[in-house]
Each structure stands twice: as C-alpha cells, then as structure tokens.
Design a binder for this molecule. Structure first.
Ligand SMILES: NC(=O)c1ccc[n+]([C@@H]2O[C@H](COP(=O)([O-])OP(=O)(O)OC[C@H]3O[C@@H](n4cnc5c(N)ncnc54)[C@H](OP(=O)(O)O)[C@@H]3O)[C@@H](O)[C@H]2O)c1
Length: 247
C-alpha cells in the first residue's frame, strides 16, 4: 500500500469504530493526523500518543460537537489560524436512527441531518478552502448502502446518507479544477457500536443479503480508504464506492 508520509489528514469521529481504524491505518502509512472528536478523554490521548511514537507521525487534537455549528466554527477557525496543510479530509463521524417514517418526529430527522449532512458541508467548506489554495486534496465522505437499498425506517438515516452521496458527486465536480478529489464510501453492516445497535431483524437481513454472510470489519473499510486517499487512486473522483461483502 502506498506510503502517506508527509501528508496530513483530518478525521472526524476517530475515537472509536470505523474512524479509529482509519486513524490507525493512515498513521501506520506515515500520515500525520488531526483528530476531530467530540470529547477530550485521557484514554484516547494516550492511545494517540502511543500511535504517534510507534509510527513517528504527528497527531493533533481538535474538538467539536456536530450538533453545534458554533463549536465547529470556533474549533476550525482556531485550527486555520495555525495555517495548517491539510491533504486529506475524512468526514467519518455520524449517527444512526431507524424509526419508521410515521413514528419519526421531524425534530429527529433534522437532528440526524444536522450531524450526518449539514455539519459535513460546513467542515468541507472550511477544509476545501485550504485545499483550493494548495491546489490539491482528497475528501472522503461516509455514505451507506442504506442510501441505495430499500429498507423500512430510512427516512432519517438513509436519506441523510443519500444526501451525502449527492453532495459528494456535486463537490467532486466543483473541486476538480483545484485538483481536489471527492469520493464517498458506502459500507454495508460493519462491526462497530453503530452496527451492534441496529435491530436484530435488520442485522439478519444484511447478513442474508451479503454474499460473504458476515459483517465487514472497520479495518476493511480503513484499507479501502487508505487506497482512495493515496496517489494510486488519482483518477478516481465523484464515486460512491460500496464495501458491503457483495450485497
Ligand atoms: N457501522 C456501520 O454498519 C456503518 C455502515 C454504513 C455507514 N456507516 C457510517 O460510518 C461512519 C462511522 O460509523 P461507526 O460505525 O464507526 O459509528 P460509531 O462506532 O457509532 O462511531 C461514531 C463516531 O461518530 C462520532 N459522533 C457521533 N455524533 C457526534 C457528534 N454529535 N459530534 C461529534 N462526533 C460525533 C462518535 O463520537 P462519540 O464517541 O463522542 O459519540 C464516534 O466517534 C458513520 O458516518 C456511519 O454512518 C457505518
């Protein structure tokens, strides 16, 4: 796999789940990382310190809550004052919700869209400005196969991930003149707390539909992302790439 040494990636939600696997993978390839998480915890700071020593990379921390636009702006404005180079943005953090449409309050749908869609646009606007000045960059957004398959209960989560897919295609088109690539990943069911929290019936449906009859691992998703952010994928942009064991 191509080295990412001398690159810097900003990854949201990398304290657990898929984001943490991406953090480990990119660091192992020599990539410096800016971890954007909701909370500061000694356990995660210790983990990143070990990672930084093990792979001789710089790991920095910034904090914001995706439900709070002002906290995103404050944190990113502070980061921008340090004039960072950011080569890679991974808009990973997200929340799931599976209530059926007739039982889902509009407030809940707006909350899911705030975290999974609107906040991702805001972060991308900030970081893409840095990338346009650099005339290079790679952005990966987190969509889902739920955006493409028909499942009951998708009016909040699946719809927000469909919006992410469209946002990915349109920003890829707008940012290509600046040599910035934008792609999205659409995972099937992955072994994380979010995957575990899905109701049993939907989990079984995913396992039945997947050719491999199992969930994916966060490391398998991280491996795909490591390829997509590398120069080996330099002709790939505007794509929604499924990683679902053959659903
Ligand atoms: N797991 C799957 O089966 C699956 C399938 C398709 C797509 N995805 C997508 O992949 C991404 C990662 O999923 P995952 O399975 O790793 O989920 P996860 O284990 O539940 O982790 C979610 C991450 O997002 C962060 N986050 C959630 N709400 C936040 C907020 N308001 N502000 C800041 N950070 C917030 C969490 O931070 P805290 O620790 O502070 O809560 C955590 O770091 C998500 O976008 C998800 O929709 C997952």
């Amino acid at each position: 796999m191509a080295s990412l040494s001398s690159k810097t990636a900003l990854i949201t939600g990398c304290n657990r789940g898929i984001g943490k696997a991406i953090l480990e993978k990119l660091a192992s390839l020599g990539c410096n990382v800016i971890c954007a998480t909701r909370n500061q915890t000694p356990e995660f700071e210790e983990f990143t310190l070990e990672l930084s020593t093990k792979f001789d990379v710089s790991i920095q921390h910034i904090y914001f809550d995706l439900t709070d636009e002002e906290s995103i702006k404050t944190s990113l404005n502070q980061l921008i004052k340090t004039k960072p180079t950011i080569d890679i943005l991974i808009n990973n953090a997200g929340i799931a919700y599976g209530g059926i449409m007739l039982m889902t309050p509009l407030k809940k749908i707006k909350e899911v869209f705030q975290v999974n869609y609107f906040s991702q646009i805001l972060i991308t606007q900030y970081i893409a400005k840095i990338m346009t000045k650099q005339k290079s960059g790679v952005i990966i957004n987190m969509s889902s196969v739920m955006a493409m398959e028909n499942f009951a209960g998708g009016s909040a989560y699946a719809a927000s991930k469909a919006a992410v897919a469209t946002f990915t295609r349109t920003t890829a088109n707008e940012l290509a003149p600046f040599n910035i690539r934008v792609n999205a990943i659409a995972p099937g069911l992955i072994e994380t707390e979010m995957g575990d929290a899905m109701d049993q019936k939907t989990q079984e449906l995913f396992n039945t539909r997947s050719d491999f009859k199992r969930r994916g691992t966060p490391q398998e998703v991280a491996d795909l992302i490591a390829f997509l952010v590398s120069d080996e994928a330099k002709y790939i942009t505007g794509q929604i790439i499924r990683i679902d064991g053959g659903m």
